[in-house]
Design a protein around this ligand. Structure first.
Ligand code: WT7
Length: 635
């Protein structure tokens, strides 16, 4: 018997040790006993981080949708699989049972096939949080098409870059979306994006807000009539273990987004196994993750992980502030949520509002609280623990990444004693390492360094779409034979991990991973801008906010700085999306640079943090005089 469900701390340590000593035996047992395979593997694991190449369950064949849907039908056919809660609380919630999900995924899969989509084709999904989003993800997986979900808050430019990078043939979207009191013209954004995407032959449009939109003949079709006419049966495509399941973009240190490629078998095993344990999911629980399926959290812990366990997973279309800041708590009460998984930025925003918004609602169904996306500060942790969990629901602070596919460092609730701001212990099978500046591993406890992982885990991304070299350089070149996460971390006296934040050019704003380079590229598009540099600075709700230093071109004429600030944020919104807007923009005559021309972001960061006590030696800079000017004008 494998230890699929960990129930106490002794068991955790025992299973963890086994997973490290005999990883292949360990994962083989989990895979064997808890999943449905069309063919078993020949080899559990082969790996070489120097290439890098990692293969799990090679030779196995499966379809993840049979694991997420078909195998539950005999025992859970009438159980709610997806519980859809609309933006407007007056609109009825929709309970989609496993039987219904089966039919709807099959119908959608048949529509995709009718439109010419085949195994291996890339389909871009640009949909709001409506059932069609989850269903289309599963429909792609059903026929072996590779889905590339783009968060429906991204701009037309960001969307077209992603469509072109992975050569998507088709785009799935809706006429528009609801977001609190606002509606968003999604189809208009798609139309604009597709002006520069020649490879897209068809666009299927779900009706959601009944807006008056343009349908381009020959390209655009309404989805619902096609679905109604499609057969409810669709055999699942046979997938090899290492066939790509999806691409999901994340930002990095250059302007081009990285299309992380996840494959089928290992991703399924790891997301399912972590879901079961990290949320201690029991058969009749109602689980709610507030993320959007446009991010990895939604892929792994709204769709695949929960459904692979036959769970009831809530999909919420709206925002925490509409109609008021009590909306989350109203939903918890209404659907008797047992596990609630959200982000520190949401917790901080809600903590600013009065407690009466919570006290109005019965939250006694809650058993486990989760946090993900950025470090959770002590104050937010206690607020969450005291007021939402009433000090009886453990908080699982889960550290992981788009690249890791699933949760990596986390408490197991009721098993691992929690500690505020600590992600605590590595999950089963995960082998973290902390590295010093010289590339040496820091052994023992009470050390702080750069967080790496030294052994493969099943759900790790296998490559960057179309650019394996970049995958190698970004993740496997900083430290030999190790995956480098980009985060700093410390290990305390009992071996608990605390993630201290990014050590690279990525800034986490409201839980969104933003590379500085794409934002700087966007700003530099402004005709008045010569150069720019972005850093993060602390913000009480967003965690970090963006601070931009901008050099204007010398045109001889003076320009209104406030107008320029608006224009710069407008360009950022057009190129990336409103999430990347700058909170502060300081105009400057220069940026501190090394003799080789590299911007010294460390100095800019300190100034933006208003911490100029220890700027270090600035005399070796190319232009030391600019530092004083920047300090004098800091916003
Ligand atoms: C980065 C990954 C994992 C899904 C959401 C974000 C930061 C994530 C935590 C946490 C401290 C965290 C890291 C990581 N991060 N979770 N519990 N504590 N930091 O996925 O967009 O790929 O971002 O988010 O810096 O590297 P992502």
């Amino acid at each position: 018997m494998s230890n699929y469900h960990i129930k106490h701390l002794e068991e955790y340590y025992q299973v963890y040790r086994k997973s490290v000593r005999e990883p292949e035996n360990f994962w083989e047992e989990i895979a064997e006993e808890h999943f449905m395979w069309q063919r078993k593997w020949d080899n559990v694991l082969s790996w070489d981080f120097s290439k890098p190449e990692v293969k799990w369950f090679e030779g196995a064949q499966l379809n993840i949708t049979e694991n997420c849907i078909d195998r539950h039908l005999s025992t859970r056919g009438d159980k709610t699989a997806i519980l859809f809660e609309p933006n407007d609380p007056k609109e009825a919630a929709e309970h989609i049972t496993y039987n219904q999900l089966h039919e709807r995924v099959n119908q959608f899969a048949n529509v995709l096939k009718d439109q010419g989509i085949k195994k291996g084709d890339r389909v871009c999904i640009y949909l709001p949080m409506i059932p069609e989003l989850a269903i289309s993800v599963l429909a792609c997986a059903r026929i072996g098409a590779i889905h590339s979900v783009v968060f429906a808050g991204f701009s037309a430019t960001a969307l077209s870059t992603r469509i072109n990078d992975s050569d998507c043939k088709m785009v799935l979207t809706s006429d528009g979306s609801y977001r609190g009191a606002k509606t968003i013209d999604l189809k208009g954004i798609v139309d604009e994006a597709l002006e520069s995407c020649d490879g897209v032959k068809s666009v299927l449009v779900a009706k959601r807000i009944n807006s008056d939109i343009q349908m381009k003949s020959g390209r655009d079709k309404w989805l619902q009539p096609l679905l109604e006419n499609a057969s409810k049966a669709c055999e699942a495509e046979v997938m090899d273990a290492e066939d790509p399941l999806f691409i999901l973009y994340t930002s990095g240190s250059t302007g081009k987004p990285k299309g992380m490629v996840h494959t089928s078998a290992g991703y399924m095993v790891h997301t399912a196994y972590t879901f079961k344990n990290v949320f201690q999911y029991r058969e009749n629980d109602v689980y709610w993750c507030t993320a959007d399926i446009g991010w990895i959290t939604g892929h792994s812990y709204i769709v695949y992980g929960p459904l692979a366990n036959g769970a009831t997973t809530v999909m919420f279309e709206g925002v925490p502030s509409y109609p008021d800041f009590g909306r989350f708590w109203e939903i918890v009460e209404k659907h008797k949520i047992n596990q609630f998984y959200t982000a520190p930025t949401a917790i901080r925003a809600l903590a600013k509002e009065g407690l009466e918004l919570i006290e109005k609602h019965d939250l006694s169904s809650l058993k486990v609280l989760g946090s993900v996306g950025e470090p959770i500060n002590e104050e937010a942790w206690h607020w969450y623990n005291d007021n939402v969990g009433k000090k009886k629901s453990p908080i699982v602070d889960t550290w992981w990444q788009t690249e890791t596919g699933g949760i990596m460092i986390t408490p197991i609730p009721f098993v691992t004693p929690t500690k505020p701001t600590y992600a605590t212990l590595p999950f089963i099978g995960i082998q973290p390492a902390l590295m010093d500046e010289n590339g040496k591993e820091l052994k023992g406890n009470q050390v702080e360094g750069r967080l790496c992982i030294k052994f493969p885990w099943p759900s790790m991304a296998r490559t960057i779409w179309g650019n394996h070299q970049r995958y190698k350089e970004t993740y496997f070149s900083a430290y030999e034979n190790k995956y480098f996460t980009g985060d700093g971390a410390l290990r305390d006296e009992v071996g608990y991990y605390r993630i201290t934040g990014r050590v690279d050019d990525v800034i986490i704003v409201s839980g969104h991973n933003l590379g500085t380079a794409p934002i700087e590229d966007a700003i530099n598009e402004h005709p008045a801008v010569a150069e720019s540099a972005i850093v993060g600075f602390p913000h009480d709700v967003k965690g970090n906010a963006l601070y931009g230093y901008v050099i204007l071109k010398d045109t001889g004429e003076s320009r209104d700085h406030n107008n320029l600030r608006k224009e710069i944020n407008q360009i950022i919104t057009e190129h990336i999306g409103p999430i990347a807007k700058l909170d502060k923009i300081q105009f400057t005559s220069g940026l501190p640079k090394t003799r080789s021309g590299k911007i010294m972001r460390r100095i800019l960061r300190k100034i933006a943090h208003k911490d100029t006590s220890n700027l270090g030696d600035t005399s070796t800079l190319l232009n030391p005089e600019v530092v004083q000017e920047i300090m004098d004008n800091v916003l």
